[in-house]
Write a protein that binds this ligand. Structure first.
Ligand SMILES: [Fe+2]
Ligand SMILES: [Fe+2]
Length: 374
């Protein structure tokens, strides 16, 4: 199924994208055939549930080519976010500090390896010896690296017998990518009860956004491809820190999400006073992850607020395509949309979307297949 059609600018304003709130089927509708100024209901051809559109007012943007929020009962309306009072601001600041402090006390040793791998990936001249010496300090990660290097994706199944061998057969950049995955797989394979995500789904989503970001970057800004992979891989790490707090307030979250109008990160902001991207960015900072990656994590849901951080646009789109490819993460996948600035910046063609989605699915299947089988 085509997810996003690239529409020529002159035709753009005549098209509207509508996402079924029930099954996420995406429609590209000719607006000239719609009765402006009225409410319209039509059955989703995929799931047969009714889709309501309120055409009495336009979405905030004039560009109707973006996925347009619709709901079963309550058509698109403005953000429900309320203005925070000084008291609620202080409360949310205190909660944010508590979340961060909890987490800082149990920082895993993994980041040393992750940081080294990231360094290696961003500098192809860096030395294999340095990376190897960091890997050697962690037996569990070494084992995971070998499993990944032998995955069907790299075409070397059963042939990679040591880390040195992997660097010769795969090259230092790919080895850096593998080390990155090995170093984050434990952290990113957590069941998140608050977000209603199974451990393997969290890991698959992270991998899908990592590889999707790399593929998008290689089309738009090849020099960012390695950073894009890293940013995509860790973009939702803030959810791990926030999960128990979301779970504790599950009733409030469910209440807020009842009308299906708000993206999950807006509900987080409304109930907690901040969202998982803010927490994720704080954690990246504490790890010493470079600022460009931290900003991409921070703004992956609203890249237009990032002061033109290219990586934030790339990860934002990769997140959307991962969800569209069936690799979303529970309730966070509801109401997922792409910002129009991202569409303009990336300017991908229809064929690009389909090819990226196919490659993402293949990558995730082959990488996770090896991890599960070994
Ligand atoms: Fe997210
Ligand atoms: Fe995500």
């Amino acid at each position: 199924m085509t997810v996003i059609k690239n529409i020529n600018n002159e035709k753009k304003k005549d098209r509207m994208r509508v996402v079924c709130p029930n099954c996420r089927h995406l429609y590209n509708i000719d607006c000239t055939k719609l009765p402006v100024g009225r409410k319209v209901t039509f059955p989703c051809k995929a799931c047969k549930e009714p889709i309501n559109l309120d055409l009495r007012s336009k979405p905030a943007t004039d560009d109707l080519s973006l996925p347009f929020r619709a709901s079963k009962d309550n058509p698109a309306e403005g953000s429900l976010r309320s203005t925070p009072t000084p008291e609620s601001k202080a409360k949310s600041r205190a909660l944010k500090n508590a979340v961060l402090q909890d987490f800082m006390g149990v920082l895993p040793s993994m980041p040393q390896v992750v940081l080294k791998a990231q360094e290696v990936m961003s500098d192809p001249d860096s030395s294999f010896k340095e990376l190897a010496s960091v890997i050697a300090t962690d037996q569990a990660i070494s084992v995971r690296i070998l499993k990944l290097a032998n995955s069907a994706y790299y075409g070397l199944a059963g042939k990679v017998t040591s880390i040195g061998h992997a660097s010769v057969l795969l090259g230092i950049t790919i080895l850096g990518e593998i080390v990155m995955m090995a170093g984050t797989s434990n952290m990113l394979s957590k069941t998140l009860k608050g977000y209603r995500v199974e451990s393997e789904d969290m890991w698959r989503h992270s991998l899908a956004v990592g590889i999707g970001s790399r593929l998008i970057a290689s089309r738009k800004a090849p020099e960012l491809a390695n950073d894009a992979f890293v940013a995509g891989l860790i973009h939702d790490s803030g959810k791990i820190m926030l999960d128990e707090h979301v779970l504790k307030r599950r009733k409030s979250f469910e209440e807020c999400m009842k009308d299906g109008q708000q993206p999950f990160f807006e509900v987080e902001q409304r109930i907690l006073g901040f969202d998982h991207s803010e927490i994720g960015a704080e954690v990246c900072k504490s790890w010493g992850i470079p600022e460009i990656l931290t900003a991409a994590v921070r703004y992956h849901h609203y890249p237009s607020r990032s002061q033109d951080n290219d990586l934030a646009h790339i990860v934002h789109m990769a997140d959307f395509l991962a969800i569209q490819s069936g690799m979303g993460t529970g309730i966070d996948s509801m109401q997922c949309q792409v910002e129009d600035k991202t569409m303009e910046y990336l300017n991908l063609q229809e064929g690009d979307y389909n090819s990226i989605k196919e490659k993402v699915v293949e990558y995730v299947e082959k990488i996770t297949g090896q991890m599960n089988n070994s």
